[in-house]
Ligand binder design. Structure first.
Ligand code: ATP
Ligand code: MG
Length: 189
């Protein structure tokens, strides 16, 4: 059964529940808009995808059009790209494909590699774990460890990179938001 919209709803709820935390993390190493950007993006994604046939495509387009930040355009574009190859999410193979396409798109657009203290630092190990045949639970616990590891990293991309060494000591906000989105698949499929 198609779980795409339910996933988007859960992800939007998780983002809303953690808006303040995302704001605080981005206030520490960026400009403090990641919580608001993500809430605005996910609310638009829900509204535009509810009645759309291609829910991932509508969500991606909506996120791109309402969010100003770097993360918004990366998430929006990544979801939109995935929607060209994946019409619905109903099993672990779909999650694997979704994440593989999103990872590829985010790396191509933003140029980040593992270790740069971005979304990639959580999405890549999670995707690699699934592609290596690990189950969802194990991949999610790898993602959670990877999230915590962004704390000690020095940012090489985005606004946080302007701080140089001072960007170390705070978990990356984008790494946190992608973790919330991945965790939203838990008990769904
Ligand atoms: N080139 C990139 N590749 C992947 N992720 C990135 C890149 N640049 C920024 N990010 C992610 O975006 C998050 C910040 O998103 P936000 O919504 O605050 O946009 P922003 O204020 O325009 O950010 P920034 O100025 O850091 O690019 C960072 O924590 C990081 O995870
Ligand atoms: Mg910001």
């Amino acid at each position: 059964m198609d779980k795409t919209y339910e996933w988007l709803m859960r992800a939007a709820r998780a983002i809303r529940e953690n808006e303040e935390l995302l704001t605080d993390l981005d206030r520490a190493i960026g400009d403090g808009d990641h919580g608001a950007n993500m809430v605005r993006g996910m609310d638009a994604a829900l509204e535009k995808s509810e009645k759309a046939d291609n829910k991932l495509g509508a969500a991606g387009m909506a996120i791109m059009s309402v969010t100003g930040g770097a993360a918004g355009s990366l998430y929006g574009s990544a979801l939109y790209e995935a929607s060209k190859h994946l019409s619905i999410i109903e099993d672990i193979e779909d999650i694997k494909l979704l994440c593989s396409i999103m990872l590829q798109r985010i790396k191509a657009l933003g140029g980040a590699e593992a270790g740069d203290k971005t979304i990639v630092d959580v999405l890549e190990p999670f995707t690699n774990a699934l592609n290596d045949g690990k189950g969802f639970g194990e991949a999610l616990s790898i993602a959670e460890k990877a999230l915590r590891m962004t704390k000690d990293m020095v940012a090489k991309r985005g606004r946080a990179s302007y701080l140089g060494e001072r960007s170390a000591g705070t978990i990356d906000p984008g790494a946190y938001s992608i973790y919330l989105m991945l965790k939203s698949f838990e008990d769904l499929i």
